[in-house]
Design a protein around this ligand. Structure first.
Ligand SMILES: NC(=O)c1ccc[n+]([C@@H]2O[C@H](COP(=O)([O-])OP(=O)(O)OC[C@H]3O[C@@H](n4cnc5c(N)ncnc54)[C@H](O)[C@@H]3O)[C@@H](O)[C@H]2O)c1
Length: 324
């Protein structure tokens, strides 16, 4: 399938492009390169450099490449920045998505896979979190994603679109070719590996959560397993919007990530403890029963050691990330 991958030069998008190629699809990357990396795009993949808020440009790219499906990942992702500057997130993530949806309706493309997030859920009352649990985002980033889901919920039946929203939990790990190089980096595993490599301390925020070891618990889904969920979503053909959690179903505390990082790298990791950060939830773990049952998704790298091993291999091969 000829698939437009917006945000395809970013961390997750670049791995999705790899997996699309491996499965015989024909991906086309549409990215502003505000956060993406040219070196992250697999050789030979067509690249359109542009902003998704420019509807004419998206329409043109769809026509030029005879696109049949869209995986829409282009977004700003830093939760802290979204709290400081909500409007920037709504303009980029919501207006950008409306623009892509408009372009797709105008050009007759019917398949749409959207990158949503666990940040749409409120502080969970029960674990694991299911898709029908309350959605009350606690930051503008999560709200920007929920708004797009709501828009898709109206547009899909009206325009006969097949829309899938994938609520990722914490994407982590690397493929052989592509890994995590956000600027700034806010995710625990790359920060822990950087601390190991540079001998600098890792900041641990909060040791008094109501969890077994007092630190927060998260569900780390390997980026290659996440990519496979997109390929399965492209195969859906039921008109309307269907929402799926994508997580490993296992929760690991920050202390467990720290210990596993020490074990995988065989090096010391210095930790500095700080008070809790506002807005951090104690524990988020996905129920992925729905995507397993309906789309046949099965994670293959669902233990923390293999996630961190792959990220460490990539970091050792790219000590300064991409292009630096
Ligand atoms: N990383 C995670 O753990 C995680 C968790 C949940 C959801 N997500 C979602 O997955 C998607 C990808 O995340 P990522 O970690 O790969 O982030 P990333 O920053 O590495 O990739 C995002 C890409 O989108 C591009 N982009 C942003 N705004 C754009 C615009 N207006 N026009 C064109 N391109 C634009 C950036 O240049 C970048 O290449 C995002 O939608 C994010 O919200 C990520």
């Amino acid at each position: 399938m000829r698939t437009l991958v917006t945000g395809g030069a970013g961390y997750i998008g670049s791995v999705i492009v790899e997996e699309l190629l491996a499965a015989g699809h024909e991906p086309v990357v549409f990215d502003s390169f505000l956060k993406g990396h040219h070196d992250a795009v697999a050789p030979g993949v067509p690249v359109v450099e542009g902003d998704v808020t420019d509807t004419d440009h998206v329409r043109q790219a769809i026509r030029d490449h005879r696109i049949e499906a869209i995986i829409h990942m282009a977004a700003l992702i830093e939760i802290g920045l979204s709290v400081k500057n909500p409007n920037r997130f709504f303009e980029n993530n919501v207006v950008g998505s409306v623009s892509v949806i408009r372009a797709m309706i105008d050009t007759g493309v019917r398949r749409f896979v959207f990158s949503s997030t666990a940040a749409v859920y409120s502080d969970p009352e029960r674990l694991p979190i299911q898709e029908d649990d309350p959605v009350v985002p606690t930051n503008p980033y999560g709200d920007s994603k929920l708004m797009v889901e709501r828009i898709l919920g109206w547009d899909a039946p009206t325009h006969g679109l097949v829309c899938t929203s994938l609520r990722y939990f914490n994407a982590a790990g690397a493929s052989e070719r592509n890994g995590e190089d956000h600027q700034p980096e806010t995710h625990l595993i790359p920060l822990a590996l950087r601390a190991v490599a540079e001998g600098t301390p890792l900041r641990l925020y909060g040791t008094d959560y109501p969890t077994p070891d007092g630190t927060t618990i998260r569900d780390y889904v390997h980026v290659r397993d996440l990519a496979q969920a997109h390929l399965l979503a492209l195969g859906r053909d039921e008109i309307g919007l269907r929402v799926y959690n994508v997580g490993s179903g296992k929760g690991y505390s920050v202390r467990e990530v720290i210990e596993t990082t020490r074990a995988v790298t065989g090096k010391p990791l210095i930790v500095e403890e700080y008070p809790r950060r506002s807005g951090d939830q104690a524990a988020t773990v996905a129920s992925s029963e729905r995507i397993r049952a309906e789309l046949g998704w099965t994670p293959h790298f669902d233990d923390l050691t293999s996630v961190i091993e792959s990220a460490w291999r990539w970091r050792q091969a790219h000590p300064h990330g991409y292009e630096r």
